[in-house]
Ligand binder design. Structure first.
Ligand SMILES: Cc1ncc(COP(=O)(O)O)c(C=O)c1O
Length: 398
């Protein structure tokens, strides 16, 4: 029987992330698909959450978030980016970055408004735009050509996407899945267009602390003209390895904050209170732990890209985040396997025992020319997990 669904959601389907995770579990495959660590964040932060529950923090939190966590988010923004953030009028705590993105889009976009999305994109952006009645307008990132090291934004293409109907641009840096960290010059160019067309920027910065080598994370909100037209979104999940807690936040000018708060109050109303208490401790006291995590991920990035290169994949070394996108054409041809990403990932999961995500999961339909033969691996795993995955991948040349 076909499911009974509203037209608005009838096309959504089940995400490939769930499909691959279920397939990995059924075939006992090592899951380098979905982006979550197979280890926990700091013990002291876990202990704070447990103590908060024991001490009776078990009823509704303040709808906009507990003041201690809002203050911690504001101080973190000052410490890392020199931003002047008022925790009372500028910070809202949400159930993960996902809810902050959804709330912000529902609060800003009217039916028919255009939202610029840089493609590939994280999978929740398009449904959020559709649910608001908005129209996604895609601007591509171009995969590296021979001689280039990273994915490239074409500023002429970006320029051409702005028009009088543009309401919002969503910028994700460091970027999932490509690992691109947008440069200050690129962000300046985006800022100039936002100011010229009176457009609001929503930035998804969940990987803000996971940057490698000489790459530096820059906040679009700190670029000229952007402090009062940017909603900056962050999350505890990625920096502190607590993805299951779903604690996120949005920082915005006092005049822009109602766009998040009015919708948030009727979507989830509040975020679990003991996790907010623990998140405040994490954001205030764990800078060194986060740096150590980023250093560790950089080593794992290098390990996984080396392993893939030795096996005949052509990975792009990411500057940020915890994913590697790789070209699989040579490996697929050698193994006589379909090059189409989803088919290749199913084969890799069931026959080789390692799960990955096809790049098509991050694109609108009809982009096979780019997605064919490209998949994404996650390296946010224990070293022993990556080594077990590497052992299994050796079967590709056995
Ligand atoms: C770019 C990006 N944004 C948002 C999220 C989700 O963040 P949260 O778990 O805080 O909702 C993810 C998770 O993978 C992500 O990769």
């Amino acid at each position: 029987m076909s499911p009974r669904l509203a037209h608005r959601v009838a096309d959504f389907g089940t995400t490939i992330f769930s499909e691959m995770t279920a397939l990995a579990a059924r075939h006992n495959a090592i899951n380098l698909g979905q982006g979550y660590p197979d280890f926990d964040g700091p013990e002291s932060v876990k202990a704070t959450a447990i103590a908060a529950i024991t001490a009776g923090q078990n009823q509704y939190a303040a709808g906009i978030g507990q003041l201690d966590l809002r203050t911690a988010v504001a101080e973190h923004a000052r410490r890392f980016y020199g931003q002047d953030v008022d925790p009372v009028s500028m910070v809202t705590i949400t159930c993960g970055a996902t809810e902050a993105i959804f709330s912000a889009i529902q609060g800003l976009v009217d039916p028919g408004d255009e939202v610029i999305l840089i493609e590939p994109f994280y999978d929740c952006y398009v449904p959020a735009v559709h649910m608001a009645g908005g129209v996604p307008r895609y601007v591509p990132l171009h995969p590296p050509q021979p001689g280039e090291t990273g994915w490239r934004l074409d500023l002429d293409e970006l320029n051409a996407a702005f028009n009088a109907r543009t309401r919002v641009i969503l910028v994700n840096t460091p970027h999932n899945p490509s690992g691109k960290v947008f440069t200050a010059d690129e962000l300046k160019a985006i800022a100039i267009l936002c100011v010229a067309w009176d457009v609001i920027a929503i930035t998804d910065e969940v990987y803000e602390h996971l940057v490698y080598g000489s790459a530096r994370h820059v906040r679009l909100a700190t670029q000229p003209g952007m402090s009062d037209r940017t909603i900056t979104i962050g999350s505890l999940g990625k920096s502190f390895s607590f993805t299951g807690w779903k604690v996120g936040w949005a920082i915005a000018d006092p005049a822009l904050t109602p766009a998040v708060r009015r919708t948030h109050q009727y979507i989830t109303f509040a975020t679990p209170i003991p996790l907010q208490t623990a998140a405040a401790v994490a954001l205030t006291h764990c800078d060194a732990v986060v740096q150590a995590l980023a250093d560790d991920f950089e080593r794992k990035r290098d390990y996984l890209t080396d392993v893939l290169t030795e096996l005949g994949f052509k990975p792009t070394v990411p500057d940020g985040g915890y994913f590697v996108v790789t070209d699989v054409a040579d490996v697929a041809q050698r193994s006589g396997v379909d090059l189409e990403g989803a088919a290749f990932c199913r084969w890799l999961t069931t026959e080789i025992g390692v799960a990955a995500i096809p790049l098509s999961a991050f694109y609108s339909p009809g982009r096979e020319a780019i997605t064919r033969g490209r998949i994404r691996f996650a390296f946010c795993k224990q070293q022993v997990t990556l080594e077990r995955a590497a052992e299994r991948l050796q079967r590709l040349i056995a």
